[in-house]
Design a protein around this ligand. Structure first.
Ligand SMILES: C[S@@+](CC[C@H](N)C(=O)[O-])C[C@H]1O[C@@H](n2cnc3c(N)ncnc32)[C@H](O)[C@@H]1O
Length: 267
C-alpha cells in the first residue's frame, strides 16, 4: 500500500507541536512524510498542521483560519440531528431504505462529512484517505469521539479509517478475495469552477492541500470491478460524469448530483 509522503500541489506545509505528549508522535510523523517540524506558527508556510494535547488542526495562513474534524459537535453533529435522515439525497444514492442498510467503502474520505452522515444512518463504513495530513485530522477526531458514549453505536456498527491510496487498497482486496462492500463511494475534488468565492473555506483548504485529484478516473474503474451492488460518484451539478462514463441513474440535490452505477439490485 502506498503512503504518500508529499502533497501533490506545490503548497508549503510545516508542522508545529504544542504538546509534550505528542512530541515523539509528531517527530515520527514528520520523518515519515517529509514535513518540516518548526517551533511556532510561521505564516511563511501556506498550511500548518498544529498538534495540541487533545486537538489536531490544520491552519491556513492565507485564510487565517483553522479546520479540524469533530464528530460530536459543530456542523457534523448538527447535520446528524437535523439533516433529514434517510430522505437525504446521499442516503437515497447509496440505496438506504427502511429495510436496507448497505456496507460502504468511502474511497475519498476527506473531512469525513459524507461518511459520517452515512454512519449516523446506520451504514457500517470504511474510510480511505491518502493524505497523511487529513488522515491525522481524521484519526484525531476518531480518538476524541470514541471517548464519548454517544459515538459508541457508530463504533459498534463499524467505522474504520485507513491511510492509503484507494486504488491500491481495492486491488489488494481483490487479490486477497476479501468480501466486497455493497457500495463504493467516490467524491473527487471538484473540477475547476469560475466563481471560486462559492467554494467553502474547508474545500479551499483541501484544494490547497492536494491540488487536483489525479487518479479518480482509475478509481471509478477499480470501484466498478469490486463493489457488490453499486458505485456512487458525487459530482457538482454543473459537471459531467466522472471519466465521461454515463451513470445508470442520478439523484440530484440543489448543487450536487450523485451518479449511480448499478452492479446488482439492492435487496
Ligand atoms: C473532495 S474530498 C472528499 C470530501 C469528503 N467526501 C467529505 O465529505 O469531507 C476528496 C478527498 O479524497 C482524497 N482522495 C482522492 N483520491 C484518493 C485515492 N485514490 N485514495 C484515497 N484518497 C483519495 C483526497 O485526498 C481528498 O481528501
Amino acid at each position: 500500500m502506498t503512503i504518500i509522503s508529499q502533497n501533490s500541489s506545490n503548497t508549503s506545509i510545516a508542522v508545529v507541536c504544542f504538546s509534550n505528549l505528542r512530541r515523539q508522535q509528531t517527530k515520527d510523523f514528520c520523518l515519515r512524510n517529509g514535513y518540516p517540524l518548526i517551533n511556532k506558527k510561521d505564516k511563511q508556510y501556506e498550511l500548518l498542521l498544529l498538534l495540541h494535547d487533545d486537538l489536531i488542526e490544520l491552519y491556513d495562513s492565507q485564510l487565517n483560519t483553522t479546520i479540524s474534524i469533530d464528530f460530536l459537535k459543530g456542523s457534523l453533529a448538527h447535520r446528524h440531528r437535523f439533516g433529514g435522515g434517510r430522505g437525504q439525497a446521499i442516503a437515497k444514492a447509496v440505496g438506504l431504505k427502511s429495510a436496507i442498510t448497505p456496507t460502504v467503502l468511502d474511497t475519498t474520505a476527506g473531512l469525513a462529512g459524507d461518511a459520517f452522515v452515512l454512519a449516523t444512518l446506520g451504514c457500517p463504513i470504511t474510510l480511505i484517505e491518502r493524505s497523511p495530513i487529513l488522515f491525522c485530522l481524521l484519526e484525531n477526531a476518531l480518538e476524541r469521539a470514541t471517548l464519548n458514549e454517544t459515538f459508541q453505536p457508530i463504533t459498534r456498527q463499524g467505522f474504520h479509517i485507513m491511510q492509503c491510496d484507494a486504488n491500491d487498497y481495492i486491488k489488494e482486496q481483490r487479490v486477497k478475495k476479501q468480501t466486497a462492500p455493497d457500495v463504493i463511494y467516490i467524491d473527487p475534488m471538484y473540477p475547476d469552477r469560475k466563481k471560486s468565492a462559492l467554494v467553502k473555506k474547508d474545500m479551499q483548504i483541501l484544494q490547497r492541500l492536494h491540488g487536483k485529484d489525479d487518479n479518480t478516473d482509475e478509481l471509478l474503474d477499480n470501484a466498478l470491478s469490486f463493489a457488490k451492488k453499486r458505485v456512487v460518484v458525487k459530482r457538482p451539478a454543473y459537471a459531467g460524469p466522472l471519466n465521461d462514463r454515463k451513470p445508470d441513474t442520478s439523484i440530484k440535490s440543489k448543487k450536487t448530483r450523485y451518479d449511480i452505477y448499478t452492479i446488482e439490485k439492492m435487496l
